[in-house]
Design a protein around this ligand. Structure first.
Ligand SMILES: Cc1cc2nc3c(=O)[nH]c(=O)nc-3n(C[C@H](O)[C@H](O)[C@H](O)COP(=O)(O)OP(=O)(O)OC[C@H]3O[C@@H](n4cnc5c(N)ncnc54)[C@H](O)[C@@H]3O)c2cc1C
Length: 386
């Protein structure tokens, strides 16, 4: 019989691996352990649910019970792994010591809030990184009994998608960020400004170029203290200031980790034999992508490796589709800052090509009607982990 496999984490990485593995090996004993409900859901749908007023149940494709039945796996929900013993090959869960044969860490990444939040307003300040967070925020919005005044801190992919979605859902949205234009890591400034203009034209308020230094109580409101000395007030605040890979378990066990995640090679193997990592927690050959396409490529490759055919992962070119219907955006950001951006277009329809010193295409960004060029340009761009 093949070595039993234990997977920690039931996000798209953990369940994606399980599904890919079952396509190759129906029999191997697998245990899936997760700190949450174990519901199988697509995280990208979370930032599209408020416009459609989707209850959390509608976002979960199947329950943990169905995952267990359909994928022939033991699922342990609401179970937090507290430590990994590499020598004894056991997991510590409370008083229990659970043995493992091969281990996969798919523990994801956690929101990082870079400023203090007063305790009194904790119930009015949110991050949304899983279905439970979505449920909690939706509940707080519903409890207002009227459209909310929502301040979103952070203008990256998650902040911009929720801004667009909540605005479309009838709420009053103010987007606050220190950068001067939205999506600073995905778009060159003129394209970011075009997205900002589309947001403003739809009635959203933008407070860009201002960092948030603290969140405080302001009567029934939350007060945002900004670094230019001004203040903003909102019913609820959604903080979207980035994610940090959950590396604590791995680090305490003695695995090689960095701020970018658990270090793995192209085979998704960590510094310990028989221990693998994938998804938002993994830094694969120096790259932690934190997107679905690389995670799916990792799941397929690792499933083959675990089934006896060692397979290095290749990401290929993977343009990011930002779900901002007010102005569609597709971006394949260059790995290193380009020598120049060649930008063409007008009125929200832009093509920006990132070029190296010798004129090679190393990335691109598209907005509006130009997003239709994504396939053609993705073919021409260099693959990441090719
Ligand atoms: C709002 C939003 C929109 C997004 N939209 C897109 C998009 O359009 N396109 C795209 O490519 N990407 C998108 N992403 C990113 C993408 O969704 C993530 O890269 C992906 O879902 C990460 O999956 P994961 O399984 O690695 O981590 P997670 O989903 O975070 O799962 C981690 C799992 O580990 C478990 N866990 C953690 N610690 C422990 C422990 N100690 N013991 C037991 N279990 C533990 C958790 O309970 C959870 O089940 C979006 C992200 C967000 C937040």
């Amino acid at each position: 019989m093949s070595t039993p496999l234990t997977i920690i984490g039931s996000g798209m990485a953990g369940i994606g691996l399980l599904r890919a593995l079952r396509a190759l090996d129906a029999e191997r004993p697998v245990t899936l352990i997760t700190a949450d409900s174990g519901d199988d859901y697509s995280k990208p749908l979370l930032s599209g649910g408020f416009a459609k007023r989707l209850p959390p149940e509608r976002l979960a494709a199947r329950s943990a019970l169905r995952v267990a039945e359909e994928l022939n796996v033991v699922v342990r929900t609401h179970t937090r792994v507290e430590a990994i013993d590499l020598g004894q090959r056991t997991l510590r869960i409370g008083e229990e010591r659970l043995p493992w044969g091969e281990l996969v860490l798919a523990t994801g990444a956690a929101p990082a809030i870079p400023f203090p939040v007063a305790e009194a307003i904790a119930g009015r300040v949110f991050t949304i990184n899983d279905l439970d967070d979505y449920r909690a925020f939706q509940g707080a919005l519903a409890a207002l009994g009227r459209p909310g005044r929502v301040a979103i801190v952070g203008a990256g992919l998650v902040g911009c998608e929720f801004a667009n979605d909540l605005q479309a859902g009838g709420h009053e949205v103010c987007l606050v960020a220190p950068e001067t234009a939205p999506l600073p890591r995905l778009l060159p400034e003129p394209l970011g400004r075009a997205l900002g203009e589309a947001f403003e034209a739809a009635g959203m308020e933008l407070a860009l170029g201002t960092g948030t230094t603290a969140l405080e109580a302001a009567g029934a409101d939350v007060g945002l203290v900004l670094d230019d000395g001004s203040r903003l007030e909102a019913d609820l605040v959604l903080v979207a200031t980035g994610l940090r890979p959950r590396t604590a378990l791995a680090e305490a066990a003695g695995l090689a980790v960095s701020a970018a995640g658990i270090q793995t090679d192209r085979y998704l193997t960590t510094s310990a034999p028989g221990v693998h990592a994938l998804g938002d927690v993994a830094c694969v050959d120096g790259v932690n992508a934190m997107y679905v396409q690389p995670l799916q490529a990792s799941a397929r490759a690792l499933a083959k490796t675990l089934s006896g055919t060692p397979t290095p992962v290749r990401y290929g070119p993977w343009p990011v589709l930002v779900k901002t219907p007010l102005l569609p955006v597709v971006a394949l950001p260059p790995e290193n800052p380009p020598a120049r951006w060649r930008i063409e277009g007008e009125a929200g329809d832009f093509t920006a090509l990132a070029e190296s010193e010798d004129g090679r295409l190393i990335g691109f960004a598209l907005t509006g009607a130009c997003v239709r060029r994504k396939v053609e340009l993705a073919r021409a761009a260099p693959p990441l982990l090719g």
